[in-house]
Write a protein that binds this ligand. Structure first.
Ligand SMILES: [Zn+2]
Length: 360
């Protein structure tokens, strides 16, 4: 009987561990036959194939072709589109760069702050085909906007699309937007899609100069299907030296945001292996599963309410999706856990289920 019990608990634990990985992200892409209002990886892959035919780092002919193609895609979606061009001093090389950002807008019905969707369209100089980094982000935005428009909704807030240029040479495009574009001053929140590999779950990371309390609350209310996020990951991210476009927005214009990136198969990152074929379709689906509900949510919510001084601890869990609690609870909760643990050991020793040797 005892061995049957331990066998059952063994399988239960294995099952739970398996489920906690399995439930992190979509297990398949979505065909183009899904409803028009849904995100489809098959539809998103069409523009991805087009922009990853060859490396397209800044200054190349292919870079210009990709830019023109993306402008065409945005115009096809009915968005007013512009190219922002200007000089930026590259802080790393002290050179004068001239990035060309692609910017488009869906006008909102009210005059609140705007929602910014961004990713970069230049590929790494390796040269790389830029399929995951950051073609996946660009097409996630295109396919999401298509699905959003198909729902017939008109947002309250302006939705701005920013495909930054020259991210790979020093975040120049984001710097140009923050320094010179009049729309930068009114951004309430930015959603940035990036890659540090070519597969696996996409992690949500918060970018803010203040506390994360209201941002996490809003993120949880948007109710994305596969949230992968934890304050621990955020602390690790903050210690890493590599900046992103989100860092530039936060430091240069105090723009809060969420940053979504995947890191599995990281050996493909910034290499000639960052190709259309190597991008994990499930990962692309995961990016879409984030963005579509967030566009619906932040398109209509009051973006003036996101700033906060308080920090929350948060983590994604199987069955619960995500939980969060004030940072100030951490110490009392730790005390409760210690008391419970000691209580359990005393109880075990008294009942003679546990022995001194067994515990140590
Ligand atoms: Zn990138």
């Amino acid at each position: 009987m005892k061995s049957l019990q331990s066998l059952a608990s063994f399988f239960l634990i294995v099952g739970l561990v398996y489920y906690s990985f399995f439930s992190l992200m979509p297990q398949k892409g979505s065909p183009s036959s899904v409803e028009e209002t849904k995100f489809s990886t098959e539809r998103a892959l069409i523009p991805l194939k087009e922009i990853t035919k060859a490396p397209h780092y800044i200054g190349t002919k292919e870079h210009a072709r990709v830019r023109n193609y993306l402008i065409g895609q945005l115009e096809e979606l009915g968005l007013e589109t512009q190219v922002q061009e200007g000089f930026v001093i590259n802080p790393k090389w002290k050179s004068l760069d001239k990035p060309k950002n692609i910017i488009a807008q869906i006008k909102g019905s009210e005059n609140g702050k705007s929602l910014l969707l961004l990713s970069h369209y230049d590929s790494a100089l390796t040269p790389s085909y830029g399929a995951s980094d950051a073609g996946s982000g660009v097409v996630t935005i295109l396919e999401t906007l298509r699905a959003y428009k198909a729902s017939g909704k008109k947002p309250k807030n302006d939705i701005i699309v920013l495909f930054t240029d020259a991210e790979e040479v020093g975040l120049d495009g984001a710097r140009l937007f923050v320094n010179n574009h009049p729309w930068a001053k009114n951004v309430g929140i930015a959603l940035n899609f990036e890659a540090r590999g070519s597969g696996g779950p996409s992690n949500m990371i918060v970018e803010t100069n203040g506390g994360n309390k209201n941002l996490i609350k809003a993120f949880m209310e948007a109710d994305v299907k596969f949230p992968v996020a934890s304050s621990l990951m955020y602390s690790i991210y903050k210690m890493l030296p590599n900046d992103t476009d989100s860092t530039v927005l936060r430091e240069g214009a105090d723009i809060d945001g969420f940053f979504f990136a995947f890191i599995d198969d990281h050996y493909d990152y910034h290499t000639a292996n960052d190709t259309y074929d190597n991008l994990d379709v499930n990962t692309l689906q995961h990016q879409g599963e984030y963005l579509l509900p967030l566009v619906h949510y932040f398109g209509d919510s009051d973006l003036n309410q996101l700033k906060s001084l308080d920090d929350h601890v948060y983590i994604n869990l199987p069955f619960f999706k995500m939980v969060s609690y004030p940072f100030t609870w951490v110490f009392p909760m730790l005390l409760v856990a210690i008391v419970l643990f000691i209580g359990l050991i005393i109880y075990g020793l008294r009942k003679r289920v546990l022995t001194g040797n067994g515990v140590s």
